[in-house]
Design a protein around this ligand. Structure first.
Ligand SMILES: Nc1ncnc2c1ncn2[C@@H]1O[C@H](COP(=O)(O)OP(=O)(O)OP(=O)(O)O)[C@@H](O)[C@H]1O
Ligand SMILES: [Mg+2]
Length: 272
């Protein structure tokens, strides 16, 4: 029997996938999002930075923003594997701007095409580049970003770039002072608070079709203590707890079940 069936759910509530249906607007998430929107659409500062610990929701934020930008009619490029040469970066950008069909051409030509495209709408932010896992950007490709950011009018930058990265990205930017100086906003997406961890779990269960809460409040306290509010870890512990409850033939997850799951996790994988 599937977990979904056992708990009478439409979907699994705690899969670690970027499913925007489950999006939970924590305080930090909401604020980071609002700042990005302001930076991209209003002040047009050009470069924004979202930092955060592993598993805190950077990729989720990136995908939510992409969807929103596309709904607002922006040409949005999402680069998920930024281990690209400068040429490949420019090529990826032109693919978003002009579709996939165009053939390989010189770097100078790519630049001209990008600039011509950007200058068609100098008065608004029409083009957005989102780079996830930006801590993996090679230094040379970072320099290319700086050159792209030089395209501007008196109103602001023509291209809006957002970098999403783990905290190492900060160190990498230390070697790229000229790029660092161009950052308009930098925001740290920190983990959920204890009360939000509770809301997050309830929210995901509700989206999955649960008609009642499956976790006791003590179970949630334990969960927070171990996960420190990191969504990816919360999902793992919750998913394993559902499975443990199912195998014990229980319908409610109490702190004992969470304890067993956390112990098991630590035994196999060590401390988080
Ligand atoms: N705001 C949120 N609402 C709902 N689910 C979330 C949220 N943030 C994170 N999650 C869940 O946690 C998982 C991990 O988040 P995500 O992949 O966005 O983290 P990350 O910061 O990009 O991690 P990494 O540093 O490893 O790239 C997501 O797949 C998603 O299921
Ligand atoms: Mg990520």
């Amino acid at each position: 029997m599937l977990i979904e069936e056992y708990f009478n759910l439409k979907k699994h509530p705690f899969l670690n996938t970027v499913d925007l249906e489950f999006l939970f607007w924590s305080e930090k998430f909401r604020e980071g999002y609002a700042r990005l929107l302001y930076s991209i659409l209003e002040s047009r500062t050009g470069l924004s930075l979202i930092l955060g610990e592993i598993g805190c929701g950077k990729t989720m934020l990136c995908h939510a923003l992409k969807k929103d930008m596309e709904n607002k009619g922006k040409k949005t490029s999402l680069i998920e594997n930024p281990f690209l040469t400068p040429y490949q970066l420019l090529f990826e950008i032109t693919k978003t701007f002009f579709g996939e069909k165009k053939r390989r051409r010189s770097k100078v030509r790519l630049y001209q095409e990008i600039e011509e495209e950007l200058l068609k709408n100098p008065d608004e932010a029409k083009h957005v580049i989102l780079i996830d896992e930006a801590q993996l950007l090679p230094q040379r490709t970072m320099q290319e970003l700086r050159l792209l950011l030089n395209m501007e009018t008196s109103e602001g930058k023509l291209l809006q770039i957002v970098l999403f990265g783990q905290t190492d990205l900060k160190k990498k930017l230390e070697k790229q002072k000229a790029l660092k100086q161009r950052i308009g906003i930098a925001y740290n997406l920190s983990p959920l608070k204890e009360s939000e961890t509770d809301e997050y779990i309830k929210h995901r269960l509700k989206v999955a079709g649960a008609d009642k809460n499956l976790f006791t409040s003590n179970a949630i306290k334990k969960l927070y203590k171990f996960t420190k509010g990191i969504p990816r870890l919360i999902n793992i512990i919750c998913a394993n707890s559902l499975f443990a409850a199912f195998s014990m033939n229980k319908k409610k997850i109490d702190e004992k079940i969470v304890d067993i799951v956390v112990k098991d996790y630590k035994e196999n994988l060590g401390e988080w």
